[in-house]
Design a protein around this ligand. Structure first.
Ligand code: PEP
Ligand code: MG
Length: 553
């Protein structure tokens, strides 16, 4: 069976299939209205008490970063309109408390179902979660205790809720397999930052697997193996031990500077999508944040985030990084990243259309709000502003002019802001590469976005699996582009960073060291592995490899 992975490794464990969540509620009329209302009130109280316990655990797990899932559950449970409707339903329809809870919750879910907004959809899952909790309390059904799973468990479930993840003990639950979900589902993002091995989108997993059977998760290739023979299991166990030893070995690199074998110091930084990843950033021992993709802030919201909302988030990240650089990229929406509440024009080639900086320069008010928030947050630490998809000098100048006018506005209003905030650009278009000598004179740093640079250089849609075989970070054209950008950065005396996925590629690292890349930014959990790898590269010894790769000798 195959699935989507969010981390690497081999995990062996014992299956435990989570029973289906659906609770059957019969249509039952109420004999005593007051008694039903009292039962409902007690179930709501019990649910709130349980949420408090979950919140406590959540706080421990997230070190207080990001919004708590339990907060939104509590919000619904304390919403007098929502719970009031349930009470009223009992009176109006003379039905049992169970039936009232189900009807009112399902009505609410139906309304939300017709809305495509991903934020609303998350709230829909919250209501379904709460409905089950209240029903369990009413019907005396035991909760599935995610916090009491035996050691060695591989949990198999149709779907998981973020609140389920928060309760699991990572030392006992060795991994999870889900039938649904995608790498960007909230519970998967949480699993990633907790370090929980997970295979998602495994079709009919819950039907195909039995409690107590031993399975192997091969996360390197995204497979789950059942019915292994004793000999096969021995081989898997050896690979699992090797993987665990490797993880232990990587931990030794915490606190070490990032230095090549022949003493060249580089910076290894983290890519993040929001403050909820700060824990992982700390555990990965990142030396800064090389890319904060702010579009997730916009995508996880039901309306454009206000200046103050953004300011709070940026300030939190900057303060948490305690003087280390935090590179915040301005909104990069468009292409494959949509904002449902914002009317993006329909285009036949969205990756070549009004995307990223192009959109921001069109909708100046949208851009100004973000720039104000960024500049204000810059007075709390080491914040760097980065513009995405810059195609040439004129575009960079336009963005910088707007930034200057926003600074002037803040100055006039007497609002504190970072006066000397460094401004850099993503180099992710071939045109930017070819004029990188000129661009370097007008900005403070470059960050090479290989994810897009590869797609635009080779002409291969990064989201299309049919042409994925052409999407090659080792293509000499891509390597030459990287080389040009680094050379031009250094000629102008500015640092060159890379924040595309290629920055963590084992095969590419010796070449990047040779070219003299200054900063590598990647998923936080890749940093220690890359630090170890870099320590073994001797720049002087990679010349031949560099020549071969660039010229395909
Ligand atoms: C890139 O293009 O390499 C990059 C880091 O940005 P994104 O993946 O968000 O487009
Ligand atoms: Mg990009």
């Amino acid at each position: 069976m195959n699935g989507i992975t969010i981390s690497k490794g081999i995990v062996i464990g014992t299956v435990l299939v989570k029973p289906a969540d659906e609770i059957i509620v019969k249509q039952k009329s109420a004999r005593n209205i007051e008694k039903e209302q009292l039962r409902l009130a007690e179930a709501l109280d019990a649910s709130l008490a349980q949420i408090d316990v979950i919140a406590e655990k959540e706080r421990e797990n997230t070190a207080g970063d990001g919004p708590l899932i339990s907060d939104s559950h509590r919000m619904f449970l304390q919403d007098v309109e929502f719970t009031g409707k349930m009470k009223q339903y009992i009176v109006d329809h003379k039905m049992s408390a169970e039936f009232a809870v189900q009807s009112v919750s399902d009505d609410m879910i139906k309304i939300f179902q017709s809305i495509e907004d991903p934020y609303i959809r998350e709230r829909m899952a919250d209501i379904a979660d709460i409905k089950r909790r209240i029903l369990r309390n009413l019907m005396g059904i035991d909760e599935f205790h995610f916090d009491q799973l035996p050691e060695g468990t591989i949990l198999v479930a149709p779907e998981l809720a973020p609140s389920d993840m928060m309760q699991m003990d990572i030392t006992k639950v060795y991994g999870c397999i889900t039938e649904g979900g995608s790498a960007t589902a909230h519970f998967a993002i949480l699993a990633k930052s907790m370090g929980m091995p997970m295979l998602l989108g495994v079709k009919n997993a819950a039907c195909k697997m039995k409690d107590g059977e031993v399975v192997v998760l091969d996360l390197d290739v995204g497979e789950v193996h059942t019915d292994c023979t004793a000999e096969q299991l021995e081989v898997w166990k050896e690979r699992e031990t090797a993987f665990r030893n490797d993880v232990k070995d990587m931990k030794k690199w915490i606190g070490h500077p990032s230095v090549t074998g022949d003493g060249n110091v580089v910076l290894l930084e983290a890519n993040i999508g929001g403050p909820e990843e700060l824990n992982a950033v700390k555990e990965g021992d990142a030396e800064g944040i090389g890319l904060f993709r702010t579009e997730f802030l916009y995508m996880n919201s039901s309306a454009l985030p206000t200046e103050d909302e953004q300011f709070e988030v940026y300030k939190k990240v900057v303060e948490a990084m305690n003087g280390k650089a935090v590179t915040i990229r301005t909104l990069d929406i468009g292409g494959d990243k949509e904002l449902t509440y914002y009317n993006l024009p329909k285009e036949s080639n969205p990756f070549l259309g009004v995307r990223a900086i192009r959109l921001c320069l069109k909708d100046k008010e949208l851009f100004r709000v973000q720039l104000r928030a960024l500049l204000r947050a810059a007075s709390y630490g080491n914040l760097r502003i980065m513009f995405p998809m810059i195609s040439g000098v004129q575009e960079l100048r336009k963005a910088k002019r707007l930034l200057s006018s926003v600074k002037k506005e803040l100055e006039e209003q007497g609002i504190p802001y970072g006066r000397n905030v460094p401004v850099g650009i993503m180099v992710e278009l071939p045109s930017a590469v070819m004029v990188s000598d000129l661009l370097a004179k007008e900005c403070d740093f470059f960050s090479i976005g290989t994810n897009d640079l590869i797609q635009y250089t080779i002409g291969v849609d990064r989201t299309n699996p049919k042409v994925a075989y052409l999407y090659d970070f080792m293509h000499p054209a891509v390597l030459r582009m990287i080389d040009i950008v680094i050379k031009n950065a250094h000629a102008a005396g500015i640092p060159a960073c890379m924040c595309g996925e290629a920055a963590a590629e084992e095969k590419l690292i010796p070449l990047l060291v040779y070219m003299g890349l200054d900063e590598y930014s990647m998923s936080a959990n890749q940093i220690l592995r890359v630090r170890r790898r870099i320590s073994k590269v001797h720049k002087a010894e990679t010349w031949k490899e560099y020549q071969n790769a660039l010229e395909l000798i």
